[in-house]
Design a protein around this ligand. Sequence first.
Ligand SMILES: O=P(O)(O)OC[C@H]1O[C@H](OP(=O)(O)OP(=O)(O)O)[C@H](O)[C@@H]1O
Ligand SMILES: Nc1ncnc2[nH]cnc12
Length: 174
Amino acid sequence: MLEQELRDCIKEIPDFPKPGISFKDITPILSNPALCHKCVEAMAEWAKRLNPDIIAGVESRGFMFGFALAQKLNIPFVPIRKPGKLPREVFSCSYDLEYGSATLELHKEDIKPDARVIVHDDLLATGGTVSAAIKLIESAGAEVIAAQFLVELSFLNGDTSFAQKLEKHSLVSY
Ligand SMILES: O=P(O)(O)OC[C@H]1O[C@H](OP(=O)(O)OP(=O)(O)O)[C@H](O)[C@@H]1O
Ligand SMILES: Nc1ncnc2[nH]cnc12
């Protein structure tokens, strides 16, 4: 079963990057092309019935499977990036995450109003990152129809209030 294969592959690193954090290292998945393929297939199978126009992926770990998913669905991929990286006019949003605080940016021109967007990230922890990504996309006048993750840390009891207004999906939950 895919969920078990992912659990067996993801490495848990205690006290990284700060004491008390159990870091889920997804990079071993990237060394396993067959498992990557299964992940993209499973994400695409779930996402396609929602008929999205765009996959928006969050820097940096959200780029890897987010781009692959967009390619699989044959739709555009739009990057949501850390501050100062995108050269054109941006929407900007600051937020807190499990081990600090951060800002994300989105090119204003990249998402047209009324587009149906799926936000993709590798991992859902406190929910701060995905909530910021949703705000950015809504600033562009577009609709976020779902948020999709490789990994969800349910034990954190993070802010999943975003899931009241859109669909949420993850391949493995801790
Ligand atoms: O749900 P949250 O508490 O907001 O945490 C989840 C976010 O944290 C990690 O990103 P990080 O900011 O560490 O950046 P990276 O992807 O560049 O490693 C992860 O890739 C998610 O984007
Ligand atoms: N515990 C964790 N492991 C990996 N990435 C994270 N991003 C936020 N919390 C994380």
